[in-house]
Design a protein around this ligand. Structure first.
Ligand code: HEM
Length: 277
């Protein structure tokens, strides 16, 4: 209806919704995400610079809240954890995951609680991972959710029930107010820095946080540590083309997760036996 210059519906007059970019009648704000030069997380970051860290959008018919700052992420995941603990229903998840019988897409409720508890107690808890590390491993080394049936107030704004929530972790983790030279690969930024990745510091949330945060974190860390330590301990790694050293193509592509468009090809060279002693 905005397209024809008509008044917004009574609902939107009554509700004090967060700022929204202008939208088309049926497709909503989709045109601002698709068909732009940047990938969706980049387009949403650009929009948040104009409309603020809490935006209300329509992706097709789906009302969506887009969060682009650590403070609002904290309010949602920590202060209103229980309200935002659902997952949006998608046809793809329903078909591929046998009616969302997995943990990640399962709606909040008793089934999800029991399934998650069983996995964590039986496999993924820090204690279990440590016991596996002792026997096997010791030889070497953005999200999305949905609000439930309750509408709430956030920073005063009215948030209707059953909105999809995108936490743009990519934008949060590049926020210049928090991270200096955010676009650069500076692993030393984490030394002498209290910000941790375990879900308490919302400036950096690679595993999500709160009730729906990643239960596989300890398991994943142990596996990654094991793999990386072995690869780095026994080999030197070089790019196949010396000239490529300076011009490594970091173009991204969108998928279930964002990944490099061109795979990273490296040539391993064994350390000299002297060094290994
Ligand atoms: C480096 C590796 C991994 C990363 C970066 C990662 C990251 C994430 C993130 C960001 C979420 C969404 C959290 C949220 O919505 O707040 C998630 C959920 C989940 N992850 Fe992981 N994950 C990793 C490895 C694993 C592993 C190894 C497992 C299991 C063996 C696992 C199992 C799950 C499950 C079951 C969920 C859904 C939790 C729920 O909805 O209740 N993840 N993960």
């Amino acid at each position: 209806f905005h397209f024809f210059g008509l008044k917004p519906s009574t609902n939107s007059i009554e509700l004090n919704l967060p700022p929204s970019p202008p939208r088309f009648p049926i497709t909503g704000n989709l045109h601002q995400l698709l068909g732009t030069a940047t990938l969706p997380h980049g387009s949403l970051q650009a929009l948040s610079k104009k409309y603020g860290p809490l935006m209300y959008m329509h992706l097709g018919y789906s009302p969506t809240l887009v969060v682009s700052s650590a403070e609002i992420a904290r309010e949602i995941i920590k202060n209103h954890d229980i309200v935002f603990s659902n997952r949006p229903k998608t046809t793809a998840a329903n078909v591929f995951l046998y009616g969302c019988q997995d943990i990640g897409f399962s709606p909040y409720g008793e089934y999800w609680r029991q399934a998650r508890k069983t996995c964590v107690l039986g496999l993924l808890s820090t204690r279990n991972v440590k016991s596996l590390q002792n026997s096997e491993i010791s030889s070497a080394s953005s999200s999305f959710g949905s609000s439930r049936d309750t509408s709430i107030n956030l920073r005063g704004y009215d948030i209707p029930a059953r909105v999809t929530v995108y936490l743009n972790a990519w934008a949060i983790q590049r926020d210049p107010k928090v991270w200096k030279r955010a676009e650069e690969f500076l692993p030393e930024r984490f030394m002498n820095n209290t910000v941790d990745f375990k879900g308490q510091d919302f400036e950096f949330i690679p595993f999500g946080a709160g009730r729906r945060g990643c239960p596989g974190m300890s398991f994943a860390l142990a596996a990654v540590e094991y793999l990386l330590t072995n690869l780095l301990y026994y080999f030197d790694w070089k790019l196949p083309d010396v000239a490529a050293d300076e011009s490594l193509d970091m173009t991204e592509v969108h998928g279930l997760t964002v990944h490099k468009k061109f795979p990273l090809l490296l040539v391993p060279a064994l350390y000299s036996p002297k060094l290994m002693m």
